[in-house]
Design a protein around this ligand. Sequence first.
Ligand code: ASP
Length: 323
Amino acid sequence: MKRFLTTCVLVAAAHTALADYPDKPISIVVPFTAGGPTDKVARDLAEALRKPLGGATIVIDNVGGAGGTLGATKVARAAPDGYTLLLHHIGLSTAPALYRNMQYKTLDDFEYLGMINEVPMTLIGKPSLPAENYAELAKWIDANKGKINLANAGLGAASHLCGLLFMSAIKIDMQTVPYKGTAPAMTDLLGGQVDLMCDQSTNTTSQIEGGKVKAYAVTTAKRLTTPALAKLPTLDEAGLKGFNVSVWHGLYAPKGTPKPVLDKLNAALRTALKDPEFMKREEALGAVIITDGRLGGAEHKRFVEGEINKWAPIIKAAGQYAD
Ligand code: ASP
């Protein structure tokens, strides 16, 4: 009898704790440096999530390195209580093909909370690069084979994937320079220490708009409508037939997070994505907010599984991996 009562008290306490969720700050791990495109999405989303989560404090924890796998590992190992979340991108699905010793299992170690947005990428160059458009860039690359370097945010980052696809499409290798995020990579590009980078429009739009970098093309199948980017050709149009890559972002919790907490987070995410301020900011940076079934955990997970299967053979064919 005593044991039964103790169990009842514990169950009741757990229910109260779940009903009160969140009653302390929530940390969203961003697996790249502060000031970069993933970080920007996370900070804007955190702002929009605050209200539907009852005014909760949401802090961003930047854990950059190893193309996003360090931050993802941190969340896979965190307590499954809804207070540590992960905001990650397409890199979650490319890492399994790139890393031989990953410390987490992409499909088993997370709860899939829903997708956030899709963001086009842009091919940009250092300000002093002597090429004003894609045709001139192609000639410059050809004339400087073996001397060109390409910045990225590490093996498995979106910038790495895009660079890999670009080099394989033009059949020219470049020296890749990894950073913990494309914020520091952008600083070096602006300073002329690296030549080229492929990065999300959420990081490049203002630099392109301000004429601070050379912009050559967008990576999506269609041209963009965002004013600063509308003049850029697609890489497909520029001659790299079929080139099409964009970066999706999603929200994750450690495996085993209680269902009522997941439901609260999913409902808050759906509300946040309709927040007018969030919508305005996303649109201005060329991002498209998810409105389809991938807003639900099951479809989100199916989509990521499809992405893992889509990118694995492409990455293997490029012969890239890390231990
Ligand atoms: N844009 C980076 C990437 O290449 C990540 C970041 O810094 O947000 O994946």
